[in-house]
Design a protein around this ligand. Sequence first.
Ligand code: SOE
Length: 381
Amino acid sequence: MAKNQLNIGMVGYGFMGRAHSNAFRKAGNFFPLDYDIVLKAACARSADKAQAFADNWGYESIETDWRKLIERKDIDVIDIASPNDTHKEIALAAAAAGKMILCEKPLGRNATESEEMVAAVEAAGVKNMVWYNYRRVPAVTMAKQLVEEGRLGRIFHYRAKFLQDWTINADLPQGGAALWRLDVDVAGSGVTGDLLAHCIDTAMWLNGPIVEVSAMTETFVKERMHNLTGKVEKVGIDDASIFMARFANGSLATFEATRYARGHKALYTLEMNGEKASLFWDLHDLHRLQYFDHADEGKLRAWRNIHVSDGDQPYMKNWWVPGLQIGYEHSFVHQVADFVTGLGEGTTPSPTFREALQTDYVTDAVLKSARERNWQPVKQS
Ligand code: SOE
């Protein structure tokens, strides 16, 4: 029987445009979906760049103005994979046109923008989801299952880090296509919105709401040449951000992100310590979940190093034979598969814009706490 088509209109052609496009192409090969995903159009301001991207990934057509893309009747889903300063305007227009929307993280540059985006999709009643992809790394999804099964018991501690080292060079410019993450007007913030947002999303998914934070941030390189103006300009982003937090369930947390941890490229780690058990995950070893269960027999009690690659572990029955692992890009494939499966079943895909807004409430509170050097309550959505 012919399947319905789900036509994708992609805005953006960078790192995330590639990650999402790869996921759209692969999801139907590995997961039984009710829809055929069609890469209908790719949009970028430069026709050459849009065409090269479309040719590489198999998009049928291109647009050079996202407004035109949104007007097209043959587009069902607008995927926003362009820099953060474009998210709100595109999302508002796409919602008004009745399109489903997938948006790269963080949702807005700040919670005020995100609130408008949530109001727009909820008023329009359109499906919406934010690409917090790490939830769908099988080992992380399995951590969620273990927590939900009550295996950790009462949670005492949550600990997360996201460490990189790619901006240490003071001669690195800010701004422009490759370096907009360093330009505060485009990005909204530095590592708080870029890296800690991932840690916070996973943390609240696993351990519930964060209610208060106390933070410090630092900008180590204060001025950088701006690629668009050609002038040396003040750097407005946070290069490093560290905060303590209290969760609604009473557990205590520490979070750290930096782009100045020499030797670390994308070291995202998380750990939870509960009354009965603990777990630990490391993005550099992403198929493994470390698990310690105090109920194990004393003389054999130890951290288990679980290679999450078996058919009864999350997502893995759709991939290879047991023992063969998958990687970073598959977390995006899983997100597409879950989104499309949700459409068939009429369920709400997660994380929604509203859930991502809650992450932005935390990052806003972190930045405010760092500015004011005090504890900040976190607004609840
Ligand atoms: C930044 O270097 C970055 O690419 C983030 O923007 C992504 O969200 C993160 O997953 C990896 O690091």
